[in-house]
Design a protein around this ligand. Structure first.
Ligand SMILES: NC(=O)C1=CN([C@@H]2O[C@H](COP(=O)(O)OP(=O)(O)OC[C@H]3O[C@@H](n4cnc5c(N)ncnc54)[C@H](O)[C@@H]3O)[C@@H](O)[C@H]2O)C=CC1
Ligand SMILES: N[C@@H](CC=O)C(=O)O
Length: 382
């Protein structure tokens, strides 16, 4: 099977490394073309022209690991329309164009493989699809961003500085090209849209309330510790009747949960199915080789003739009233807090029974008066 890799950075470089140097000749996989704007000296597979891939009938599979929206979107469509299978790790472009890509793949009778778009090396998408063979998935939740977990964990264990730890995550290749996607929650939002669309058989709304860990301080971490809690960056998705909802925000969890004990760049993500109950998946959530591993698994599935089937036919209403939660706010803008806010320790307030969009709106208001305000949901069973 001949493979073209578009984008040979952290992830694409990992794919080339695994196929060229780790799998051996018998794998039946060969990287024959690499598209990038930076060429590796002495490697004549490199090109900057998409036509060198789309016009090459010997190429079966195209890996897209360039990132960003354009030209990734046009290149993926061009490859699908040229009859190539696509394997991608680019959650930003897939969350925006999922339906268009699925239609193009179906029209051209090729596969669209998405394992590496959520959870890094964790076989999350594969297992969402697998569980659905028997069960309706009623909920998912957990940690699906390695960079934010790496930062929180290092702050917790070593008292490390937020910005220095983010820099370290960038050096290690965990962070997005624009790391605000990691710390403000947009990366988790994109992964959640893909996860929810697959889990709930409906194209997920992009109106997901999203907030991140940008304002998290060492003092917050110490305060949570004294309360027997830890904070993690969490996605939650849920279906009830003909309604579904998804929210992305930091969550303060009891310190004996698997999520609270997820270290470094690891992810812990769970699904709930009707007969299987709760299933949890743990593993490396980012980085070159774990993510490349997920891509190569997809390529091997493609080589075995497997083609993922996506079904977005379920009509569900995106409705936050199925997901009320308690929220915690650390703020100096006390006067802007709504009625019902209870001070649980100096500077920290709890508001119970709020819907996510409502809570995120409260946080936006508080941030105007106190730009250091931090908000998190308080864990309860979803
Ligand atoms: N780094 C990680 O741990 C993970 C990354 N991802 C996703 O994988 C994708 C790639 O991420 P990384 O490998 O970390 O990024 P990267 O920045 O290390 O690599 C991107 C590569 O694509 C090339 N490129 C970008 N735009 C191009 C263009 N217009 N034309 C030609 N070449 C172009 C760059 O020169 C670079 O070599 C992103 O969508 C990211 O969200 C997914 C899971 C984990
Ligand atoms: N930046 C992402 C990379 C993997 O998806 C993360 O840190 O999880």
């Amino acid at each position: 099977m001949n493979i073209a890799v578009m984008g040979c950075g952290t992830v694409g470089g990992g794919v080339v490394e695994i196929i060229d140097n780790r799998m051996g000749e018998n794998s039946g996989l060969r990287v024959t073309r690499i598209l990038d704007k930076i060429f590796r000296e002495g490697d004549n597979r490199f090109t900057s022209e998409i036509s060198d891939i789309t016009n090459d009938d010997t190429i079966d599979v195209v890996v897209e690991s360039m990132g960003g929206i354009e030209p990734a979107h046009s290149f993926i469509l061009a490859a699908l329309n040229a009859g190539k299978h696509i394997v991608t790790s680019n959650k930003a472009v897939v969350s925006q164009y999922m339906k268009e890509f699925v239609d193009a793949a179906n029209n051209n009778n090729v596969g669209l493989f998405l394992e590496a778009t959520a959870g890094g090396g964790v076989p999350w998408i594969h297992n969402l699809m697998r569980v659905k063979r028997i069960d309706n998935i009623t909920a998912f939740s957990g940690i699906i961003n390695g960079t934010s977990n790496f930062i929180i964990d290092k702050m917790e264990r070593e008292g490390s500085d937020f910005n220095e730890t983010l820099k370290l995550a960038q050096e290690k290749g965990y962070a997005e090209a624009n790391p605000s996607a990691d710390i403000d929650g947009d990366d988790v939002k994109a992964k959640s849209m893909i996860s929810a669309s697959i889990a709930f058989n409906t194209l997920c709304s992009d109106e997901i309330p999203t907030s991140g860990i940008r304002n998290l301080t060492i003092e917050d971490i110490e305060a949570f510790k004294e309360m027997g809690m830890r904070v993690r960056m969490i996605t939650r998705g849920k279906v009830e009747g003909n309604k579904y909802y998804v929210t992305v925000e930091p969550q303060v969890c009891a310190d004996n949960t698997l999520e609270a004990n997820t270290p470094g760049y690891f992810n812990t993500v769970s699904l709930t199915g009707e007969t299987i109950g709760e299933l949890k998946f743990f593993g490396a959530g980012a980085g070159a080789l774990p993510t490349a591993n997920a891509i190569v698994q997809d390529i091997l599935d493609c080589k075995d003739g497997k083609r993922p089937v996506y079904d977005f036919s379920r009509t569900l209403e995106f409705d936050e009233t199925i997901m009320d939660s308690s929220y915690l706010f650390r703020t100096k803008a006390e006067r802007a807090l709504p009625k019902g806010a209870i001070m649980i320790r100096p500077g920290y307030f709890e508001i119970a029974g709020k819907y996510p969009a409502e809570a995120h709106k409260i946080a936006e208001g508080l941030l105007v008066e106190d730009p250091t305000t931090f908000m998190a949901s308080l864990q309860k069973t979803i």
